[in-house]
Write a protein that binds this ligand. Structure first.
Ligand code: HXC
Length: 538
């Protein structure tokens, strides 16, 4: 199919797609006798809906953006899209709106298949009234949201919209609230994805914010609660749309977005790949993918991977890659809170979620943002039955006035809460430092870690040698005591002797070991006390 070769918007074969649509729309003359000209009228309405206004489409393309329908076609398997409500029109009679109707209004919605799996989707059509949300657009979205829940299938929203349709007033706002409510009801039941491929402003940002993953397109999408003009009026700050809420900002600074892709095509094809890791609902397991990569593959280069000098950084991402099937790791939020790594990979064909401290960035310290990042990911994995594998090398929580005054206590508790609450299989491998509160937090045995390992390079203690000795031997021969402390605590023996660590493993065995454990844990069930819901420190 042509989609594989596509890389840029200009390569996209619009005409080819339009030929395909024409064929789909052709009404068989023999199907029904067209005595009252009804079939012709129907055919015209459908054509109007599908082909749209060429001038507006050209404007959309000139801005490096695909149309709503082109996006849908790229996302789903060819020929599988089934559209709903193609003939729905708005009901607004304010400001002359009764004179302009477009069949389908500003949204394309329905279901289709991605890699053979059912998904529900909606795509805002910016070429119709700026893709704004009318009462009927909201109703169309709610319909697919409800159907996705009934079917237990993921829902994907493609956003490109001027927000609430101003002419419709409060009716449009009510429509947003109806969507938000369904987002919340669906949370943790079916996976929800938001693609941001144009403007997404005002309260409209809150539907994507309630979904599990947000994918933005660089330089053609932006999200903000109020735009640059309002910002200027209220705070007197000068900023453009890209600087305020572009893909780069939201994927590296605010953490709102999980991925920033180069263009519409990359984003849509990436989402197809991403979906391969995700189960359809909270009662299913993630799809498996058989691999030729031997389950008992040893990774000898890991034996000398951790530097002798405990203060020397190394790249934990490489560790995650080296042990994964085919060395493939799909990182989530790669540019935000880089001191912790999160993402998906496979072990022996099974999807796993990885959480790993990154010694190569801020020494892998835990701070507010890394805690928030990891906690949300852990909760996604737990909600959707994805086992969690943790790689740990963390010197502790980040000290400092800035962190304390900005709530490290509350935010740092999030990761602890999330690990402790999770009942999916949970395995931890300590590669080097496991100090202080971070020892407890990073899926320790005490939080019901199923298998807890350390490499021989593990250091498990209340704090590093220097800090510890300066406290307990203040005024004494600190240097001498540091050596003694290191001998006693800068190794994993104490934890192993207590059973806090199940085994000290040779690094090369890590992959083999994890795959064997996941097999043992396949049927794991763990109960929790009845509750309406917990109260995670938000
Ligand atoms: C009605 C709108 C509209 C809106 C755009 N249009 N926004 N119509 N209500 N909110 C129409 C335009 O009139 C135009 O119609 C067409 O859509 C395309 O818009 P352009 O301005 O020509 O496009 P562009 O230059 O690309 O600018 C896009 C834009 C800009 C940045 C989105 O249109 C804009 O700033 N719109 C207002 C955004 C906004 O403030 N929305 C309300 C947010 S508050 P014609 O017929 O001329 O082509 C909100 C509350 C939700 O959404 C609360 C939920 C809790």
């Amino acid at each position: 199919m042509f989609r594989k070769a596509l890389r840029t918007i200009s390569e996209f074969k619009f005409t080819k797609l339009q030929d395909q649509w024409s064929q789909n729309l052709a009404i068989q003359p023999t199907a029904c006798p067209d005595t009252k000209g009804f079939m012709e009228k129907l055919s015209n309405l459908r054509k109007q809906s599908v082909f749209g206004d060429p001038k507006r489409i050209e404007r959309q393309h000139s801005r490096n953006r695909l149309t709503a329908r082109e996006r849908v076609e790229l996302l789903v398997d060819p020929g599988t899209f089934v559209e709903y409500d193609q003939l729905v029109t708005h009901r607004c009679v304010n400001f002359g709106m009764e004179k302009s109707h477009h069949p389908g209004d500003g949204l394309v919605s329905g279901h289709g298949y991605v890699n053979g799996r059912l998904v529900f989707l909606y795509s805002f059509d910016f070429t119709v009234g700026g893709g704004t949300l009318s009462e009927t657009v909201a109703e169309k979205i709610c319909k697919v949201q409800d159907k996705a829940m009934d079917a237990g299938a993921p829902i994907i929203g493609i956003n490109d919209s001027g927000g609430a349709r101003i002419q419709e007033g409060v009716v449009s706002l009510g429509g947003y609230a109806d969507i938000f409510h369904r987002n919340v009801q669906s949370s943790g039941v079916i996976p929800q994805f938001s693609l941001i491929m144009g403007p997404c402003a005002g309260g409209a940002v809150y539907s994507p914010a309630l979904t599990d993953f947000i994918l933005m397109v660089k330089k053609s999408s932006y999200m903000f609660v109020t735009g640059p003009d309002v910002v200027k009026q209220v705070t007197n700050e000068d900023i453009d749309m890209e600087g305020l809420g572009g893909a780069k900002i939201h994927s590296s600074k605010s953490g709102v977005s999980h991925f920033a892709l180069d263009n519409d095509i990359d984003a849509l094809l990436f989402l197809r790949k991403f979906l391969e890791f995700i189960p359809s609902n909270n009662r299913e397991k993630a799809p498996t993918k058989p691999t030729a990569d031997p389950h008992d593959r040893l990774v000898p280069s890991l034996d000398r991977f951790v530097p002798d000098d405990p203060n020397k950084p190394y790249d934990m991402k490489s560790v995650v890659k080296m042990i994964s099937d085919d060395e493939y790791f799909l990182e989530v939020q790669p540019d935000w809170a880089k001191n912790i790594i999160i993402g998906f990979g496979r072990l022996g064909g099974e999807t796993v979620g990885y959480i790993a401290n990154q010694p190569a960035f801020l020494a892998g310290v835990l701070d507010r943002l890394s805690s928030i990042k990891a906690a949300r990911f852990i909760r996604f994995c737990d909600a959707f039955n994805i086992p969690i594998v943790t790689f740990e090398d963390v010197p502790g929580y980040l000290p400092g006035v800035h962190e304390e005054h900005n709530g490290i206590i509350t935010h740092g508790a999030k990761i602890l809460y999330a690990y402790s609450e999770a009942t999916v299989p949970k395995i931890t491998v300590i590669t080097r430092k496991s100090y202080g509160g971070a020892y407890c937090v990073m899926n320790s045995k005490h939080l019901r870690g199923d298998y807890n390992y350390t490499w021989p390079t593990g250091e498990i203690a209340v704090m590093g040698a220097k800090g510890a000795c300066e406290i307990i031997f203040r005024g004494g021969d600190v240097q001498n005591e540091i050596k003694k402390y290191e001998e006693k605590f800068a190794n994993p023996l104490g934890a192993a002797q207590r059973g806090f660590i199940d085994e000290i493993i040779t690094p090369r065995d890590t992959r083999k070991r994890l795959i064997a454990d996941l097999k043992v844990l396949k049927g794991k069930t763990q109960s929790k006390p009845w509750k309406k819901h917990g109260n995670i420190p938000l």
